[in-house]
Design a protein around this ligand. Structure first.
Ligand SMILES: Nc1ncnc2c1ncn2[C@@H]1O[C@H](COP(=O)(O)OP(=O)(O)OP(=O)(O)O)[C@@H](O)[C@H]1O
Length: 298
């Protein structure tokens, strides 16, 4: 909380070593999909022997449109448990601890999911909810007690109150900004970069999503939403890296709908990575995770 008469103090999140925010200037560009898959790719990071792999979690800060419950097949879970000290215990699927407003909202009448429960709140209540999600979750492994090495935060789209609150209150180690190649999305990328710079959050880099589609019949890459050149130019203008260019792959969307993130699909089976562009998507995501890990290890 801001102290009376003094500057706002940034804090670390309890039991979390590093924090990465995944943000976008505009909605619907694939930010949540990237956040979840980045978390798995960091957790499976090739540099680590299986026993030394980092503990990674995901926090969904999209209060008004939480996507993590669906992407993680956790839509119908019961309300999270509390520790003896009253902290919220994350919900786990596929081995990944997650927390989202979607787990704390009451279920919509006649359903066993909160997906259709509208959130109609005023600013102060949103601030309170964000602070609770940030500071009142116990990310420790309930069995071994180990802390979280990396928390990936799925931000709400845009440059509203939530990203500002996060940047002002929390020591965020880096932000990844996701965009598609359309002009309108790029304009918002510029706003996002400026906002994080204003609250002194280092930018790891920009990530271009749905940069191209590989034709299933002729294997030619097509730029469906515009040329990546403008995106690269925007990154260069701000002096930030382009972390990668992810193709549009139907299996990525199917995986999200089924609650099985694409990073978990194996590369040598018929489960979807035979999609045109599937291997390129996976290799790019692994390389992005590698760059994020290097950034965090500086
Ligand atoms: N590379 C990709 N290939 C195919 N589909 C994708 C890809 N990236 C995202 N999608 C699909 O695009 C849709 C939007 O993605 P997502 O929900 O992750 O976006 P978002 O930016 O988080 O949206 P919101 O602003 O609503 O939070 C989803 O259906 C997702 O499965």
């Amino acid at each position: 909380m801001p102290r009376k008469g003094g500057p706002v103090q940034k804090r670390s999140l309890p039991h979390v070593k590093k924090v990465i925010a995944v943000a976008s200037g505009k909605g619907g560009v694939g930010k949540s999909t990237v956040a979840v898959n980045l978390a798995f790719s960091l957790a499976m990071h090739a540099e680590h022997a299986p026993r030394q792999r980092p503990r990674v979690g995901v926090l969904d800060l999209d209060i008004f449109g939480p996507s993590i419950p669906k992407l993680m097949a956790l839509e119908n879970v019961d309300e999270p448990q509390l520790t003896e000290a009253g902290a919220i215990v994350p919900v786990v699927n596929h081995g990944l601890p997650c927390m989202s407003m979607g787990f704390l909202l009451p279920k919509a009448p006649g359903t066993d999911s909160s997906a259709d429960t509208p959130v109609v709140w005023r600013g102060l209540m949103v601030q309170k909810a964000v602070q609770q999600l940030l500071f009142d979750v116990d990310w420790r492994d309930m069995e071994g007690g180990s802390e979280l090495d990396v928390l990936v935060i799925d931000m709400p789209p845009g440059t509203g109150d939530v990203p500002l609150t996060l940047g002002q209150l929390v020591n965020v180690d880096g932000a990844v900004i996701v965009s598609t190649p359309q002009d309108v999305a790029l304009t918002d990328v510029r706003k996002g970069v400026s906002m994080f710079q204003k609250v002194s959050v280092p930018i790891v880099g920009l990530l271009l999503n749905e940069s191209h589609f590989i034709c299933p019949s002729c294997a030619t890459p097509h730029e469906l939403f515009g040329s990546p050149a403008a995106f690269r130019a925007t990154a260069a203008r701000f002096g930030v890296d382009v972390l990668g260019e992810l193709p549009l792959v139907p299996g990525v969307s199917r995986g999200g709908d089924r609650g099985v993130p694409y990073a978990l699909y194996s590369t040598d089976s018929t489960d979807g990575t035979s999609d045109p562009g599937g291997k390129e998507w996976k290799d790019t995501m692994a390389s992005v995770a590698n760059k994020v890990w290097q950034f965090l290890s500086r």
